[in-house]
Design a protein around this ligand. Structure first.
Ligand code: NAI
Ligand code: MG
Length: 400
């Protein structure tokens, strides 16, 4: 079989480090690919005034599958400050390239699995009924609508007159906000479409069927956010009744879900939510299985097949310049496993996961986060493994 083409988007900071490690693991698992590196992130912004150059979009368009590390974003003033001098008078505005990538390719399905590895010292524990310590096994797949809702970008401060006039036609707006001068108003919209809502719900139910989960939990707030959350809940109920009668549909409010999170995380299977609540609930569950060093994700468009796989963490700039990198590569390696599964290379994905599990269970090689140390270069003298040592241990386990 000819080699696959995979776009690599290392980005900034530790994104570059962990992506390189994931490629070593893919290689060791026997995955053969031609990697095409694309520029993305802060460096591209400073140099060219565009954090997502057209040539990178073209690469993703052409090869469809991308592994992404992480990027650095900074506030507006810093974005202007660090721009190359010759670009400063061009009126360029920084926009997060990962959000742009999602919107451009319509990567509306985001999957963030959170599964605890036995032996991970960061696993959530709680007191059991008899006072002993219980370690619930968390195995949750979170589906987050990735392109709409509060991240849709339709927002204003001091909205244009037409928008203001339209808002004034709403009785609640008149009652609650008419007292406020227009120039002191900020409005961020939460727009849901039936089409995209249906797609994320369907992806969640399909995943439950495919991987044998008992339930799909809709985590929104339909009793208060009646139009968007309400529509999503109603559609979920119909879908469950007509298309997935074998799967239970549970409904939790995002706030209550945060409270229940530590009470009974083992009861949840697939969780589905809009963009913002999906972001929140996935970070919360990630905290139960070890945090950012373990949180992986996939985002894809089921129509075009374009898919981007990335760890949930950012570029952690404070660790980027270390002579020996200390960060945990597992989130990136897990993201690469998700890519393998997407490409139907299940056997390789499962071998890598087993190797990761074996290293964690043995407990001999642990990065600083797993030892609950504060990140600093000297963690390596306190028994923490470097990024490379962790990867080497995984590769070793893979080859046994
Ligand atoms: P971050 O995720 O980069 O780091 C937060 C903290 O989490 C770090 O200081 C570190 O203690 C820990 N951490 C992160 N990754 C780790 C790993 N692999 N192993 C061990 N510990 C790890 O988030 P932060 O500091 O809020 O943002 C830094 C930059 O990253 C910002 O410019 C931000 O905009 C960007 N960012 C980019 C994302 C992306 O590319 N998708 C996502 C989140 C933030
Ligand atoms: Mg987040």
């Amino acid at each position: 079989m000819s080699k696959r083409n995979i776009v690599t988007l290392p980005g900034d900071g530790i994104g570059r480090t962990v992506l390189e490690e994931a490629l070593r693991v893919l290689d060791a698992a026997g995955f053969e690919a031609e990697y095409k590196e694309g520029d993305i992130g802060w460096e591209s912004w400073c140099r060219e005034g565009n954090p997502l150059p057209q040539r990178t979009i073209d690469l993703v368009e052409r090869y469809k599958i991308a592994l992404f590390g992480a990027i650095t974003s900074k506030p507006k003033d810093a974005a202007f400050e660090e721009l190359a001098p010759e670009l400063k008078d061009k009126g360029l505005v920084y926009a997060s390239p990962i959000v742009t990538l999602r919107q451009h390719f319509g990567l509306d399905i985001c999957l963030r699995p959170c599964k605890s590895y036995p032996g991970n010292p960061l696993n959530f524990i709680r007191r059991g009924p008899s006072g002993g310590i219980a370690e619930p096994e968390v195995d949750v797949a979170i589906f987050r609508q990735n392109t709409e809702g509060l991240y849709g970008g339709v927002e204003w401060s001091d909205p244009p007159q037409q928008v203001y006039d339209a808002l004034m036609t709403h009785p609640r707006f008149r009652r609650n906000f008419a007292w406020c001068p227009k120039e002191e108003l900020s409005v961020s919209t939460r727009i849901f479409t039936r089409k995209m809502t249906r797609r994320i719900l369907q992806a969640a139910f399909e995943h439950a069927v495919k991987y044998g989960y008992r339930s799909v939990t809709l985590c929104e707030k339909p009793n208060v956010i009646r139009e968007t959350s309400g529509m999503m809940y109603k559609m979920a109920q119909e879908m469950q009744k007509n298309e997935y009668p074998g799967i239970e549909l549970w409904n939790t409010n995002i706030d209550a879900q945060m409270m229940w999170l530590t009470k009974n995380p083992e009861d949840y299977g697939v969780i589905v939510a809009g963009n913002m609540f999906g972001d929140i609930v996935s970070d919360a569950f990630a905290g139960l299985i070890g945090g950012l060093g373990f949180a992986c994700s996939a985002q894809y468009n089921p129509d075009t097949g374009v898919a981007v796989f990335e760890p949930t963490h950012g570029s952690a700039p404070k660790y980027a310049g270390y002579p020996v990198s200390i960060v945990n590569p597992i989130a990136m390696i897990e993201s690469a496993c998700m890519m393998l599964e997407y490409l139907k290379e299940n056997e390789k994905a499962s071998r890598i996961r087993k190797a990761v599990a074996a290293v964690i269970a043995r407990g001999e090689v642990r990065t600083y986060d797993m030892l609950r140390l504060t990140g600093s270069p000297d963690v390596l003298t306190k028994g923490a493994a470097s990024t490379r040592e962790m990867t080497d241990a995984i590769i070793n386990a893979l080859q046994q």
